[in-house]
Design a protein around this ligand. Structure first.
Ligand code: ADP
Ligand code: PAZ
Length: 314
């Protein structure tokens, strides 16, 4: 374990290599099976049970401790105010580039956290549900900026998380479909008052503009999933290839033309261009600069295995 020091400034983070972090699992049991893990993995994501044991079980243990401590703090404030409310839901944010594997980690954490008897009800929400519909994006000339901060209805997202935190019994949110590449008209996802809410999305650690609140202001814990840019690029391109042979085969898919295209090189060129002109620009300008705001950073290697962990200690 090492405290990072630079130019006389002692960082609030500690860095742990994989073995040091894996040892912090302590006695947390691995009760997830291979079949259950297969259900949680995203397209082309190789996360293994060994990874769950070494990386995500220590994280589950840390989060359990965090939830307990946060509940005590909230109870102290309620006691001070003379109020007798129910515990406040604990909110976790998961940030990182497109194709870095956030959604697999989010689903895994939901499954692992729900195994603790003190917080069995875990809800998971992806911020893509708060993207503006394509019609609005097109009108604002933002179709080539999907995923950029301005492509999300950030006020609706903040409103949603603030209502969950305030203990509202259920909140309806919009639904985004990767198949349609758009918000589904008239559809809703109902989120019931959870013990823990996981909010996963590329831009969840964006700072607020002056005088406003951002969704990150409601987080009790946040995670940034990091990797080298060239590795994330190759994961994006590999996933695009895998999607061409699976989801894009569906005639209803927005990208169905990519599945029927005989010219593999042209499909690859399209994916490379989408990465270079949209997702990479967003990563460099908007997403990576928010990394320092995370409570915990997971650094993945080329094979998706986490090499190092950085935890905010002070
Ligand atoms: N065009 C697409 N069609 C179908 N599914 C997609 C498409 N793009 C991304 N996905 C799926 O959506 C989920 C979220 O992807 P993304 O936002 O890139 O984040 P991450 O890879 O970090 O989870 C993943 O499970 C991915 O497989
Ligand atoms: C929907 C996304 C913006 C991800 O949003 P998130 O789930 O992180 O809120 C992303 O998957 C996306 O569609 N990006 C646009 C460029 C592309 O098609 O890859």
């Amino acid at each position: 374990m090492s405290q990072v020091t630079k130019n006389g400034f002692t960082s609030p983070y500690v860095e742990l290599d994989r073995p040091a972090w894996a040892a912090l699992r302590a006695a947390t049991p691995l009760s997830l099976t291979e079949d259950e893990l297969a259900e949680l993995r995203g397209t082309a994501d190789p996360t293994s049970l060994a990874e769950v044991r070494d990386i995500y079980l220590p994280l589950s243990r840390l989060l359990n401790l965090y939830v307990g401590a946060t509940r005590q703090r909230h109870a102290a404030v309620r006691g001070f105010l003379g109020e007798d409310d129910q515990p406040t839901p604990f909110v976790i944010g998961i940030a990182g580039s497109v194709a870095v594997g956030k959604s697999t980690i989010a689903r895994l954490l939901r499954a692992l956290l729900a195994q603790w008897p003190d917080h069995p009800h875990v809800e998971l929400v992806s911020t893509d549900n708060f993207l503006y519909p394509n019609a609005v994006l097109a009108e604002r000339e933002l179709m080539h900026r999907k995923g950029f901060p301005e492509s999300f209805d950030r006020r609706a997202l903040v409103r949603f998380v603030s209502r969950i935190k305030a203990g509202v019994p259920s909140v309806d949110i919009p639904v985004y479909s990767h198949l349609a590449y758009d918000i589904v008209p008239g559809a809703a996802q109902t989120v019931y008052r959870p013990d823990i809410l996981v909010v996963e999305g590329i831009n969840v650690l964006q700072p607020p503009s002056a005088g406003r609140l951002a969704v990150a202001d409601f987080f009790d814990f946040s995670l940034y999933v990091d990797a080298k840019r060239e590795h994330i690029r190759s994961w994006y391109l590999e996933r695009f290839e895998a999607l061409r042979r699976t989801r894009f085969e569906d005639p209803r898919s927005y990208f169905h033309n990519m599945a029927t295209l005989a010219d593999d090189a042209a499909a690859r060129e399209f994916a490379e261009r989408t990465w270079r002109t949209i997702n990479e620009v967003n990563l460099v300008h908007n997403i990576a600069p928010t990394r320092g705001r995370a409570t915990l950073v997971l650094y993945k290697g080329e094979d998706h295995r986490v090499r190092r962990v950085r935890l905010r200690k002070t």
